[in-house]
Design a protein around this ligand. Structure first.
Ligand SMILES: [Zn+2]
Ligand SMILES: [Zn+2]
Length: 364
């Protein structure tokens, strides 16, 4: 083990151990009142985020400002930092799995108040009048804005957000465990819905933050879950079994019996033909990520017999309401590894290398 690896391991053991929901967190003192905020800012593709101090932003008339309690790190943040998605805004503060307390309210906001706890997800704004917005598919809006992409996100002590896209949250769970629900949970929920209610045997390819939540939701719905990890990743396979997977193994294995549906969370195009081979006639393969490496050519016979291949894009506010309603009162085991805001680059590196179990969460 080389020295940086040793240091990282030590730090994880001493200071960054994953925490489970229900375990007490040390209360963090409120930051001293200040006119400034701190943020981890992306200036260019491939460069580390930089810690910056900025004046506190004023919310617009339809916006609120939050004091960020926690912001989870999503694979989409990696795609943004690595330049794999178009970047409408630079410099930009990434982060779209935000939980925070409102500390300032725009003049036109009637639905939220100072002191309210809300979540801010990926979907930050939709036009409200395109065909998609008009047909209950605002996730496909022609002119959307995304948090931490087209406007500054939650890798910061403070963030502003459009009030209509904030998700009211209760106080029942601590922020470190709630933050991963804001994208890993929500996109996972939408992916599971797209897999179809009739799909009873589900395969999950890529077992990170989203899959560890989807597995539990699927089990609560009485479904059987098979977890496919990187070949040889015994630690993650054990993790999946511990959360209720019927079977866990490498993505190079075939299921004993064909699956009704598969969801691919890993950004690996090679998994598409693998998952198509694993589903039964009429089965579905859902690609849950925003970016994937190229999908290799495959024989038509693995799509034949009415198998379906589809992708999931973004989320609607209706998804969020349904998901938060489903999880309220149920005990999801959210596995989070907290990092200080200044450790955002380290959290991204740990996610990139697959060292993490569950979700990385920044706590400013
Ligand atoms: Zn995300
Ligand atoms: Zn629209």
């Amino acid at each position: 083990m080389v020295l940086p690896e040793v240091l990282r391991t030590l730090k994880r053991l001493l200071g960054n151990a994953p925490t489970l929901s229900g375990m007490p967190m040390h209360p963090r003192p409120n930051p001293r009142p200040s006119e400034n905020m701190r943020a981890m800012v992306m200036h260019a593709v491939g460069q580390p985020l930089r810690l910056e101090e900025r004046p506190l932003p004023e919310p617009g008339p339809d916006e609120v400002r939050l004091r960020v309690e926690a912001c989870a790190v999503c694979r989409t943040d990696l795609h943004i930092v690595d330049g794999e998605l178009p970047l409408p805004l630079l410099p930009v503060v990434p982060g779209h799995e935000i939980v925070g307390i409102i500390d300032r309210v725009g003049s036109g906001v009637k639905t939220l108040r100072c002191g309210d706890r809300v979540g801010v997800p990926w979907l930050a704004h939709t036009c409200g009048h395109c065909d998609y917005c008009g047909s209950g598919r605002e996730n496909l809006c022609d002119q959307p804005v995304f948090t931490g992409h087209g406007r500054d996100g939650g890798f910061a002590t403070h963030v502003t957000a459009e009030a209509a896209f904030c998700l009211p949250l209760g106080q029942t769970m601590d922020a470190v465990h709630m933050a991963p629900l804001m994208c890993a949970g929500l996109i996972g929920w939408r992916s599971l819905r797209m897999a179809g209610d009739e799909a009873r045997r589900i395969g999950l390819y890529g077992f990170g933050a989203a899959a560890h939540l989807v597995l539990q939701v699927a089990r609560l719905q009485g479904r059987e879950v098979h977890a496919f990890t990187r070949p040889g990743d015994v630690r993650t396979q054990t993790f999946a079994r511990g959360l209720g997977a019927t079977w866990a193994g490498g993505s190079d294995s075939a299921p004993v019996r064909p699956l009704d549906a598969a969801i691919i969370f890993a950004p690996v195009g090679d998994l598409v033909p693998a998952a198509l081979r694993a589903v039964r006639k009429g089965g579905r393969v859902v690609c849950g990520g925003i970016h994937m490496s190229d999908i290799p050519g495959f024989p038509y016979r693995i799509l034949w017999e009415e198998r379906q291949l589809l992708s999931v894009a973004n989320l609607t506010r209706a998804d969020a309401t349904a998901f938060l309603h489903f999880v309220s009162g149920r005990s999801l085991r959210v596995v989070s590894t907290p990092y200080a805001l200044e450790q955002a680059n380290e959290a991204l590196d740990d996610l990139r290398s697959g060292r993490l179990q569950g979700a990385a969460v920044l706590v400013p």
